[in-house]
Design a binder for this molecule. Structure first.
Ligand SMILES: Nc1ncnc2c1ncn2[C@@H]1O[C@H](COP(=O)(O)OP(=O)(O)OP(=O)(O)O)[C@@H](O)[C@H]1O
Length: 356
């Protein structure tokens, strides 16, 4: 049985259709990240699952039960917001126990659950403090704790780390991953941060205009993007794209001919106009170019990043990014030989924008 099933979901705000006929099945214990640029509808989808928005059409199931019209507290979900949403006048313990007391849970059960959540989230020393006396990261732990004590089936996270600084964000990201490994609950997590999506998710749903453009593992999304939108969205810097022509298993762009015999075609080999997408780390340099199809490019800018070096150049009058080793000795103005690895490239149909 799936943990969450979303069937033909529509959500309109007045005349604006925000989600249209959206379908998504999430397995028990799966960590699914909804990723997309601002306004694509990811928070709206999460709020529909949570029951905070009334859907305009379609159905929602949690653990096989139709919850389309159920109240939020009847759905077996716990939600963690970007803004923490803690009660400022209550202590941490008060915040954790409030919902349980309202639900008239026996006192010893409440104590047990608070102790367990506090231990898992390492907030035991903070239980008597008020939210104002906590750091952002500590507040977010308490917010997660509030979902944890309710022993919910499904955790919903709406950009929970967005208000934190970069270091804390990375720390808490790892903690959320640990929490998932420990609890094995279903988690649905909204973010516009690719790193969070890639590092946390079992599967990522890339959204655009209220639709899911691709649903897949981080590896599938990164290495086999289904369309130009996903290919361009994921990766920093993203893929570089070059127009050309595919004929008899060879992709030609200008005077470069790439043999695509070992490329995994989505629906078998085709001929016609095509766009090739190449990631910066798949451009070969130095010794790697031996045996590859090569060309020469001139370096415009060098960005040393520590562990690697990002080189800005151009090919056929289009931007070309090259990720080189951090120790690479290159300078702006230099001409270097680069090679191509056709197997790691992606091909797209320029008309449908779908993967070839
Ligand atoms: N109450 C509302 N009334 C009308 N339109 C709304 C309302 N809430 C959201 N929208 C619109 O619905 C679309 C989706 O919004 P949503 O908040 O789901 O996007 P998002 O992907 O979560 O973006 P962000 O990352 O900026 O939070 C946007 O175009 C937004 O302007």
């Amino acid at each position: 049985m799936n943990s969450v099933e979303i069937k033909n979901l529509d959500l309109n705000f007045g005349a604006v259709k925000v989600l249209q006929n959206l379908n998504l099945d999430i397995k028990q214990g799966e960590f699914v990240v909804l990723l997309g640029s601002s306004g694509c509808g990811k928070s709206t989808l999460l709020n529909c699952i949570a029951g905070l928005l009334e859907v305009s059409g379609g159905q929602l199931f949690i653990n096989g039960k139709n919850v389309t019209w159920s109240e939020p507290n009847e759905r077996g979900i716990g939600m963690v917001f970007q803004s923490y949403a803690l009660y400022p006048q209550m202590t941490v313990k008060g915040n954790l126990t409030f919902g349980l007391k309202n639900a008239k849970m026996p006192k010893d059960e409440i104590e047990k659950r608070v102790a367990r959540a506090a231990e898992i989230l390492q907030i035991e020393p903070l239980l008597d403090r008020k939210p104002a006396a906590l750091s952002g990261g500590q507040r977010q732990r308490v917010a997660i704790g509030r979902a944890l004590v309710r022993d919910v089936d499904v955790f919903l996270f709406d950009e929970p780390l967005s208000n934190l600084d970069a270091k804390l964000r990375a720390d808490l990201r790892v903690e959320i991953k640990k929490l998932h490994q420990q609890l094995q609950n279903t988690m649905i997590y909204v973010t516009h941060d690719q790193i969070e999506a890639m590092t946390l998710a079992d599967r990522i749903a890339i959204m655009k205009g209220g639709k899911i453009m691709q649903l897949g593992s981080p590896d599938e999304i990164y290495n086999r993007p289904q369309n130009l939108y996903v290919a361009d969205f994921i990766g920093s810097p993203s893929m570089d794209f070059f127009e050309g022509h595919l004929e008899n298993g060879v992709f030609t762009m200008g005077d470069i001919a790439l043999p695509m015999a070992d490329y995994e075609y989505a629906n078998g080999p085709v001929s016609g106009p095509a766009i090739v997408g190449i990631r910066p780390e798949h451009i070969l340099t130095g010794d790697q170019t031996a045996g590859a199809v090569t060309t020469q490019v001139t370096i415009d800018i060098v960005e040393p990043m520590g562990s690697d070096t990002l080189v800005y150049s151009s090919l056929n009058c289009k931007p070309l990014h090259i990720r080189m080793d951090g120790k690479a000795k290159v300078a702006a103005g230099e001409t270097i030989t680069i090679g191509f690895d056709p197997v790691s490239a992606s091909l797209f149909d320029p008309t449908t924008e779908e993967r070839i």
